[in-house]
Design a protein around this ligand. Structure first.
Ligand code: NAD
Length: 474
């Protein structure tokens, strides 16, 4: 595949290409250009050229363009999903959910275009009158991870474009192809050249020059805390706007008044989605004493039944992890949990899976301690660590005891318990009797080490526009 810059699908200036590996069997999934500084420069130039016309086009026109893209994405969802599964590893069913989710995001932004037209004006005795315009920022940069590439790309594209900005997007080199295919679909649905540009390449060679480029006015980054910190450091003092959507270590608190079987089934389904590689996956299960044993016993019963296989096999409940380093990290975390005294129950790999695939059977870890060093960091894989808590106060204390603050959930039938936890949990989003749901209608962003700024909901207006005040004397 090729990069998307201005009106062209193109190779990198260096002519070098990077092979993308199918995580299910190690075979080549495709190739993309290895972009670098010169490619970033071309892409920012194309975005700058496109900005004037795009920012001055009626918001309804921008909304309609997104709406047409959504229509085409829905029509081509199977094709896009297959590309995503081949490079990322997730089951086709989940890949299709993600692609359709991206279409829903564009529909949301298409509909919200009308919100951008309203300015504010008022009579100001002694000063005349004033108006406040909402204006786009200019060229924005988006840098995204590999785990939910299409959905996260859609969050950033939808918000930046509907507000009249132009965008240079850099997907992860671990999963760039479905995002390129998404861009191509958008071009076919009438997006003018240069409004969206996609540069493929790694963080050091393509990401770093992009965030440093002086014509980039805003950076929206989703990825790890470590890279987020590096970007914040590199851009300090530049006055670029920054949104950082970083890692998560979400707690899921299970109270004694819920059905332990239903709660355990929900926890397993949530944690195994995308093979546990989701920022808002429930990564620490904090279960109150009275329900703990029944909850754990259900997980012990269901984990061996989990079918692991290629994402393209409809029987697979989970596919492989996306990459080898990820797999090594997860296996090490399981060993370290055991070293801390946890008891591990593992699922099994069926015979016949490729030895070159990054498959990782799910692991239940019981008896995890509240002060576990392993659980103070994000485990990006199908590990289900259970921590026993005496009461809600203790559960909340454990939940808040990490540097993360992305999502959190409380599972209870008692509204007073839900309210208490929702107030006390340190997170950008708190779910009650659900987890990991991120409809585009509500803002999403983290607190503490999980970053700052949010996208979706109405937050996108603040995030992607500036206010300009004009005061006229009389
Ligand atoms: P990562 O931080 O390694 O990479 C993310 C992106 O940053 C990639 O495109 C990479 O090429 C780029 N990058 C790396 N170094 C860079 C640099 N110096 N300058 C500019 N760009 C650079 O993260 P990952 O491994 O791709 O993704 C997994 C992480 O993302 C997990 O921590 C997960 O929790 C997090 N995540 C967060 C959210 C959220 O919305 N908060 C959503 C999904 C994933």
């Amino acid at each position: 595949m090729q990069m998307m810059i201005g009106d062209q699908f193109t190779e990198s200036v260096s002519g070098e290409r990077t092979r993308i590996t199918n995580p299910a069997d190690g075979t080549p999934a495709g190739e993309v250009p290895s972009g670098g500084e010169e490619d970033v420069r071309r892409a920012v130039e194309a975005a700058s050229e496109a900005f004037v016309r795009w920012s001055e086009s009626p918001t309804s026109h921008r909304g309609i363009t997104l709406f047409r893209s959504a229509e085409l994405i829905r029509r081509e969802a199977d094709r896009l999903a297959l590309i995503l599964t081949t490079e990322q590893g997730k089951p086709l069913r989940e890949a299709k959910d993600e692609v359709l989710g991206a279409a829903a995001v564009f529909e949301y932004y298409a509909g919200s275009a009308s919100l951008l037209t309203a300015g504010y004006s008022g009579k100001l005795p002694r000063y005349g009158y004033g108006m406040v315009q909402r204006r786009p920022l200019g060229v924005c940069a988006a840098i995204i991870p590999w785990n939910m590439s299409v959905l996260i790309a859609a969050w950033k594209i939808g918000a930046a474009l509907v507000t009249g900005n132009t965008l240079v997007l850099k997907p992860s080199i671990q999963a760039p192809m479905a995002v390129l295919a998404l861009g191509e679909v958008m071009q076919r649905s009438g997006l003018p050249p240069g409004v969206l540009n996609i540069v493929t390449g790694n963080g050091a060679e393509a990401g770093d020059p992009l965030i440093r480029h002086e014509d980039v006015r805003k950076i929206s980054f989703t990825g790890s805390i470590e890279t987020g910190r590096a970007i914040a450091g590199a851009t300090a003092g530049t006055m670029k706007r920054l949104t950082l959507e970083l890692g998560g270590n979400d707690p899921m608190i299970v109270c004694p008044d819920v059905d332990p079987v239903a709660a355990a089934d929900a926890a397993l389904a949530l944690r195994l989605y995308n093979c546990g590689q989701i920022c808002t996956s429930p990564k620490r299960l904090i279960v109150l004493d009275e329900i703990h044993d029944a909850f754990v016993s259900r997980l012990q019963q269901t984990i061996p039944e989990v079918v692991i296989g290629q994402g393209t096999d409809p029987a697979s409940r989970i596919g492989p992890l996306n990459n080898e380093a990820g797999k090594t990290g997860v296996e090490e975390a399981i060993l370290r949990l055991e070293g801390e005294g946890a008891v591990i129950y593992r699922g099994t790999l069926p015979a016949g899976l490729s030895q070159k695939g990054f498959f990782c059977p799910p692991a239940l870890a019981t008896g995890c301690t509240a002060d576990s060093t392993v659980l103070s960091e994000e485990i990006f894989g199908p590990v289900i660590p259970v921590i026993r808590a005496e009461d809600l106060d203790e559960a909340i204390e454990i939940a808040n005891s990490t540097r993360y603050g992305l999502g959190a959930s409380i599972w209870t039938e008692q509204i007073s318990t839900a309210e208490r936890a929702a107030e006390a949990l340190e997170a950008g989003i708190v779910w009650v009797n659900q987890h990991m749901k991120l409809p585009p209608e509500v803002p999403f962003g983290g607190v503490k080490g999980s970053g700052f700024g949010s996208e979706n909901g109405l937050s996108f207006i603040e995030a992607y526009t500036m206010e300009k005040t004009i005061l006229i004397s009389r």
